[in-house]
Every structure is written in C-alpha cells, then in structure tokens.
Design a protein around this ligand. Structure first.
Ligand code: LLP
Length: 430
C-alpha cells in the first residue's frame, strides 16, 4: 500500500524533519510525550474553516450538530464562528450552556425528550425546539397548562419546528438512515400524520410553529439524496407558508482511500439550488456535524503487541479500541492507519489493528497498512476520527477515556483531560 492519502489528514498536517506527522505546527510525537496515548488531536483551524464554510453559505441558519463531537471548547469554537448548535439531549444542552453558548442559538432536538428536558430547554430559552411526536406535543400542552411561565420567557414565545419524515431513503448504513417511512424519527408525511401535527401545533396558544425540519441520514455521499429531500420538504412545507426549513446534516466524508465527498460549500450550493428549484421561499438552514469535525482529528495510539500468525494475519494491538472508536464495530466502518514517525512511508504490511478490550470484535482497522518495521512502542495513527469517536466513547472494561488536544500554530492546548481511575468511581455510591 502507498502512504496514507494526504487528503485524509487535517488541513494543517505537515511532515516534520524526521518524517514524522506534524499537525497545526505541533510534532505529534512530542504531543504523545506530553499527553500520552491514546489521544485525540484536533486541528483547530481545520474545525474553524469548516464552520466558516457553513456560515458563509447559511449565515445564522448554519447549526453545528454537537452529537458529532462536543466539549466546552468545541461548543465555544462553533459559537465563536457564528454557528448555532443542535443539541439532542439535556446532556448536550448542559455542556453547551456550561460553555457559555447563548441559549437563543441552540436548537433542541431529540425523538424522546422528557418532560424534564423540555422544561429545562424552555426555561433557559432555547432558540428552537424541534418536536418529533404527538407525545411530545402532549407534553408541551401539559407544561403549558401547568407551568405557563415556561412559555413566557424574555425571548418571547417558544419557537417550534416539527420534524417530518419525508419518505426519502438515503444511501447509507441502515442504522444512520432516518428519512425513510420506517423510522423512529418524526411525523410521517405519506400517512398524513405530518399534516395533522401541523394543524395541532398551529392551534396551540403557548408557542409558535415557525418551521419544518427533516434529516434524512448521516454519512450520505450521494448529494442527489439531499436534493430529493429538499424537493420533498418544499412540496410539503411551501403551502404552509412557514418561515423556516431545516434540511438537517448528513454530508458524507471520506474515511479511506478512494472515497470522495462533496465539500460543505458544494453541498450548501446544491441545497440552495434545490431549494430555489422547489420554489422554497422560507429561510433554509443546515445542521452539519461530521463534515465539520471528522477530518479535523487523528487518534494516536501506542502499539503494545504485534502478533504474527503466519498464513493467517498479523494483529497489531493498541492501547485503545472500541471504547474510543466504536464505529468499526457498530457499522463496519473503515479507517486508514499509518505510523506517526513516518507519514510518507509505504505501508507494505497489511495488519488488523485491534484494541485492548475483552472482545474479538474489538477492532479498529480491519485491513490496515503499516510499514514493515512496525514495532511495539510505535505510535500508530488513525485519521478522520474527529466525529462520532470521542462523542460515542465509553468506559467499557473501565478503560479511561482519552484526552482531547486542540493544536493551532504550534500551540497545543488540552481541552479534555484524560480520565483518571478516580473518575471511574465518581458515580459509585454503594
Ligand atoms: N441533524 C440531526 C437531526 C441529526 O440527527 C444528525 C445526526 C445531524 C444533524 C448531523 O448529521 P451529520 O452531519 O453528522 O451526518 N453515530 C453515527 C452517526 C449518527 C448521526 C445521528 N444524527 C456514525 O458514527 O456514523
């Protein structure tokens, strides 16, 4: 295998004097000496430039889907760049508020928001509430009847959008396709339920129905799926005369050699063109997550064992695994790999990169390329781990979650520290 494709590395990656990976002007081997492994290293300027692309195209109506990657530093960064933030749970809401994000810039999603979550969202004054079901409309009615003060905040009446299921099947993994009728999300258009929801929300006194939302899925490469979704949204929403349409996120990103994805700018243009063609006059918004964060980061691990099974395969075990990147296990997702000490080296050996969890399924890279001299102690990197890695991490096997380091212009700042053994006991009261 040839060297790792350069296009998969963060924008500000370069090669140091000894052939090693440098990101944002920081030598990754020095970062490892300082912060240990595993570690997520994010190119901060890469994140900022993707945010700017979205804001350039959609202004105030560009919203970062925080489920992709969230910590206080990321929430602040997105807000500084002018993005709103999509939160899907009370937990994501909590982190954004802790980061000082203006609640008016938050869009509160979720297919099963609890009364407590709704109460918090209303009391802090989230800018948009995206309602997903009749049960949630019931909860809002109940809250309006019992706690009317929640609906009378300084920001005026709550602004509500309804999430519809437009009946568009996106080409992606079944677990992350959400636009088809057979989905747990949203009000189905084809059965007439979405229209009933509109009538009901319009009749409500306590809040204002301002728009319609749809999100067809994630890691979608075929941009015509988005054009179809916009057309379906237009057909449904135009006659309603509402102010806003949100077309969700979902733009695919390249993870491995040979994959190609549209840029945020290209995707945005396509959506705007489709919206014009569909006769949409409402303001259109987007919610990118993966396309902002994924390619901004690499994960660095230390190789702990190299197990050569002649005629079968070689296993390279690193000091992380499915607890810092569950995507290969969950979706069969592919990743590239290379050694941080020699970015441009040919990767002549094909190995299976596995973690340190007590499961045979704990693999990070099914068929990864590494130079022939890979050895215990080497720093192995996997690129494009900035989205849905850290955010989907776990403590399985009581492994300590890795730190997150932002690098920019030769400076490295720790934004999430490594967990400690004490953290593992922080919630244990027995
Ligand atoms: N808006 C809504 C309402 C969403 O549900 C999502 C993602 C997004 C925006 C952002 O989509 P993105 O631009 O990141 O594709 N864990 C999976 C991905 C789940 C996506 C869930 N919703 C993975 O690792 O592939």
């Amino acid at each position: 295998m040839s060297p790792v494709p350069w296009s998969l590395l963060p924008d500000n990656a370069s090669v140091g004097g000894d052939g090693q990976l440098v990101i944002g002007g920081c030598d990754t081997l020095d970062l490892v000496a300082e912060f240990g492994t595993p570690v997520f290293v994010y190119d901060e300027d890469h994140l900022r430039s993707r945010c700017r692309e979205a804001v350039e195209a959609f202004g105030d109506h560009a919203v970062y889907a925080s489920k992709a990657f969230l910590c206080k530093a990321m929430a602040k960064l997105a807000a500084e760049e002018g993005l709103g933030i999509d939160v899907a749970t009370g937990g994501e809401l909590h982190v954004c508020l802790a980061a000082g994000v203006d609640p008016a810039r938050l869009t509160f999603h979720g297919n099963n928001k609890s009364v407590a979550e709704l109460r918090t969202g209303l009391s802090v004054g989230v800018g948009r509430l995206v309602v997903d079901s009749f049960d949630e409309l019931d909860r809002l009615d109940h809250l309006a009847a019992t706690e009317p003060e929640l609906f009378e905040g300084d920001g005026g009446r709550p602004q509500v959008l309804l999430r519809i299921t437009p009946g568009i099947k996106a080409e992606t993994h079944a677990y992350i396709a959400t636009g088809q009728d057979d989905s747990k999300f949203g009000f189905t258009v084809s059965t007439g339920v979405a229209h009933q929801a509109v009538e009901r929300a319009r009749a409500a006194d306590a809040y204002d129905l301002v728009g319609i939302h749809a999100h067809i899925g994630s890691q979608v490469f075929r941009v015509d799926s988005f054009a179809n979704a916009v057309a379906a949204l237009g057909a449904f929403a135009n006659p309603l005369g509402l102010d806003e349409l949100i077309v969700g996120g979902g733009l695919g990103v390249a993870y491995v050699e040979g994959e190609e994805a549209a840029t945020i700018t290209q995707w945005s243009r396509l959506i705007q063109k489709a919206a014009a063609e569909a006769g949409i006059t409402a303001t259109v918004g987007i919610e990118p997550g993966r396309s902002i964060a994924a390619a901004a980061a690499v994960t660095l691990y230390t190789v702990g064992t190299v197990k050569d099974l002649p005629g079968i395969r070689t296993y390279v075990a690193v000091d992380g695994g499915m607890s810092d990147n569950p995507r290969p296990v969950l979706y069969g997702s592919g990743y590239e790999t290379f050694l941080a000490r020699s970015v441009l080296a040919d990767r002549t050996e094909t190995v299976r990169v596995v973690g340190k969890h007590c499961e045979s399924g704990d693999l990070l890279v099914r068929e990864g390329g590494v130079p022939a001299d890979v050895a215990v102690g080497d720093i192995l990197a996997t690129p494009v781990t900035g989205a849905y890695g850290h955010s989907m991490g776990s403590n399985y096997n009581k492994i300590l979650r890795p730190p997150v380091v932002f690098v920019s212009n030769g400076d490295a700042r720790l934004v999430v520290r490594r967990e400690t053994p004490e953290d593992l006991l922080a919630t244990d009261v027995g």
